[in-house]
Ligand binder design. Structure first.
Ligand code: MTE
Ligand code: MO
Length: 506
C-alpha cells in the first residue's frame, strides 16, 4: 500500500521540524556539551561493543569524531522529528491542527532538557521545531493559494523554514571561546636541572629545529600537527576561572587549587612525546610537543598521599577516568601550556596531565581530580579491555605517504631513509636498518637527544639500493639494551608490536 500524500507530507514536515529543533539547540549553545547531539553520541558509544570502539578510536581518531557528530545530529533530528510527528497526529485527531504547535514546543523542550540538562537550549529547540510545524500547518490551511495542493504547501513551508533555521543557527550559534595567550615557564622557573633547564620555549623550539633531520618530508622533532584522541564527540569547554583541581582519597590533607594557584607555582618547560596505545605499529598517533606546567609532585606533596596500592584515579571534565601507579604520576606534569601557548581545547584546556613514558591514555586532559586510592580499580579504557596504563613499547617508525615521507630517492642514485624512534623514559640507544628483509643489519644515525627523559629521536640511513624491489626493516634498542620485539601484534589490547617493514622500489 502506498502511503497517502498526507502521510508523506507529515513525515517531511516532521523531519524538517526535527532539523529545526536541532538548529535551535545549536543556535543557543553552539558546539558545546549542551548541544543535543552530545548525549546521543555518548549513549551510542556506550552501547557499541568495546572492541569496536577500540578499533574505531585506533583507526579514525579525529575524523571519527566528525563522523560521530554527523551521526548523532542525525539521530537527534529523528528524535525531535518523532515528537513533531506525534504532535501533528494528535492535533489532527482532535480536529485542531494548530494544537500541534504547542505540543511540539512542550515535548521537544521536555525531552531536550531530559537529554542535555540545558533548559535554555531545549527551549530554543522547542520553539524552533514548533515554528516549523506552525508555518507548515498554516501554509497547508492557506486559502489564498489554492493552485498548489495543501500537502505540497506544507512540505515547501516546512523545508524552507527548517533550512532558514539551519542557516540562522549556524550563524548565531556561539563559538566556544578559550583564552589563548603566550605561556612560558621562563617567567616563573622552578628548580629544573639538566640540559634544557631554564630554557624558554623559543629556545627549546630552536633546539628542536637545529637537531631535526631535514630528510624528505618527515616530521620535525617538534610535531607540526599533534594527533588527538579522546572519547568525546564534543570536547568540554572548561572555564579556567572556575576550574579547580582537587587531590582527594587516601591523603593526609585534601588539597584544592584553582588556575591562579597553579600558575603561581614555579613551572618548567619540557619536551614530551605521546603515543596512543591504539596506534598501529607504523601509525601516526605519536607526536612531540613542548609542554609548560608544574610538576605534579609539587601538588602531591601538599596532600601527602598514603596509598596501599600505589595507585591513583584521575578524573576529567569529560567524565573520563584512568587509574595507574601513583609512582608514575609523581614524575608527571600539570601542563597549562603547549608549544608556547595556552593548551588548545582539544588537547585539554585549561590543564592536562603528562605522565613520562606511559601510553597516552593516562595523560588525562581537562583534569579535575586526583584521587589517591586504597585499592586497584579500572579506568575507562581498561573497563573496555585495553591494557594501556603502563610504559610504552619501543618502536622505530618509517612513515611513507605524501605528507610525511621518510623514503627519499636521491639524485646520486642512493636512497635515504628516515623516521622516528621512541621508547618512553628508557630512551632510544640504537636504531638498526636492514635493506634485505632482515638478513643483515646496519646501525642508523641518530639525532642528538633533546633534553628531557621522555622524548623521541630521529634516525636516518642512506644506502645503495639493489636493482629490484626490496624490503626495508627497522628496529630500535632502548636505553636498557632491550631490542624491540619482533613478535607481531595489533594495537588491541596491549599496544602494537613487531618491526616496521616497507617495500621499496629502486
Ligand atoms: N579527559 C580525557 N583525557 C584523555 C583522553 C580522553 O578521552 N579524555 N584520551 C586519552 C588518550 S587515549 C590519549 S592517546 C591522549 C591523547 O592526547 P592528545 O589528544 O593531546 O594527543 O589523551 C588521553 N587523555
Ligand atoms: Mo590513547
Amino acid at each position: 500500500m502506498k502511503p497517502s500524500r498526507e502521510t508523506v507530507s507529515t513525515a517531511v514536515v516532521a523531519v524538517a521540524a526535527g532539523f529545526g529543533g536541532v538548529a535551535g539547540s545549536y543556535a543557543a549553545v553552539g558546539l558545546t556539551r549542551q548541544f543535543v547531539a552530545q548525549p546521543i553520541a555518548r549513549a551510542s558509544t556506550d552501547v557499541l561493543p568495546a572492541r569496536a570502539i577500540g578499533k574505531y578510536v585506533a583507526q579514525f581518531g579525529v575524523s571519527g569524531q566528525d563522523m560521530n557528530l554527523l551521526l548523532a545530529t542525525t539521530l537527534a533530528t529523528i528524535v525531535f522529528a518523532g515528537l513533531a510527528a506525534l504532535a501533528i497526529a494528535l492535533g489532527r485527531s482532535v480536529g485542531v491542527s494548530a494544537l500541534a504547535v504547542p505540543i511540539t514546543v512542550a515535548s521537544t523542550w521536555a525531552v531536550g532538557t531530559a537529554l542535555t540538562g540545558s533548559v535554555l537550549a531545549s527551549a530554543s529547540a522547542g520553539l524552533a521545531s514548533g515554528m516549523v510545524v506552525g508555518l507548515a500547518e498554516a501554509a497547508g490551511r492557506d486559502v489564498t493559494n489554492v493552485d498548489i495542493s495543501p500537502d505540497r504547501r506544507r512540505v515547501v513551508a516546512g523545508s524552507l523554514s527548517a533550512l532558514g533555521l539551519g542557516a540562522l543557527g549556524l550563524g548565531i550559534g556561539p563559538r566556544p571561546q578559550i583564552e589563548t595567550e603566550p605561556v612560558d615557564a621562563a617567567s616563573n622557573p622552578g628548580g629544573q636541572t639538566g640540559e634544557g633547564a631554564g630554557m624558554s620555549v623559543p629556545q627549546l623550539r630552536e633546539l628542536a629545529t637545529e637537531r631535526s633531520l631535514g630528510v624528505g618530508s618527515i616530521e620535525p622533532l617538534l610535531s607540526e600537527n599533534h594527533y588527538t584522541v579522546d572519547i568525546n564527540t564534543i570536547d568540554p569547554t572548561v572555564d579556567r576561572d572556575s576550574w579547580t583541581l582537587s587531590v582527594t582519597g587516601a591523603v593526609d590533607e585534601e588539597v584544592e587549587l584553582d588556575y591562579e594557584d597553579l600558575r603561581n607555582i614555579p613551572a618548567e618547560n619540557r619536551f614530551s612525546t605521546l603515543r596512543c596505545v591504539g596506534d598501529s605499529l607504523n601509525g601516526r598517533k605519536m607526536d612531540t610537543a613542548i609542554w609548560t606546567g608544574v610538576p605534579v609532585s609539587e601538588v602531591l606533596e601538599q596532600a601527602s598521599p598514603d596509598s596501599d596500592c600505589d595507585c591513583v584515579m584521575l578524573r576529567a571534565a569529560d567524565d573520563f577516568y584512568q587509574e595507574f601507579p601513583l609512582s608514575a604520576l609523581e614524575g608527571g606534569l600539570l601542563a597549562f601550556g603547549m608549544n608556547g601557548q595556552t593548551i588548545p581545547r582539544g588537547h585539554g584546556y585549561p590543564v592536562r596531565v603528562l605522565v613520562p613514558g606511559h601510553w597516552g591514555e593516562v595523560n588525562v586532559k581537562w583534569v579535575t581530580e586526583i584521587e589517591v586510592l586504597e585499592r586497584e580499580a579500572e579506568g575507562y579504557w581498561e573497563k573496555r579491555g585495553w591494557h594501556g596504563t603502563g610504559p610504552v613499547h619501543t618502536v622505530a617508525k618509517l612513515w611513507d605517504g605524501d605528507d610525511l615521507d621518510g623514503i627519499v630517492h636521491r639524485d646520486d642514485g642512493t636512497i635515504q631513509l628516515a623516521g622516528h624512534a621512541y621508547a618512553g623514559t628508557r630512551g632510544i640507544d640504537r636504531v638498526e636498518v636492514s635493506t634485505d628483509g632482515g638478513d643483515t643489519w646496519t646501525d642508523a644515525e641518530l639525532t642528538e637527544p633533546l633534553p628531557g627523559n621522555d622524548v623521541w629521536r630521529q634516525w636516518s640511513h642512506t644506502y645503495d639500493p639493489p636493482d629490484s624491489e626490496h624490503e626495508v626493516v627497522v628496529r630500535a634498542t632502548d636505553g636498557e639494551g632491550t631490542l624491540q620485539t619482533e613478535q607481531e601484534a595489533g594495537a588491541y589490547p596491549n599496544g602494537a608490536t613487531g618491526w616496521v617493514r616497507q617495500t621499496v622500489r629502486p
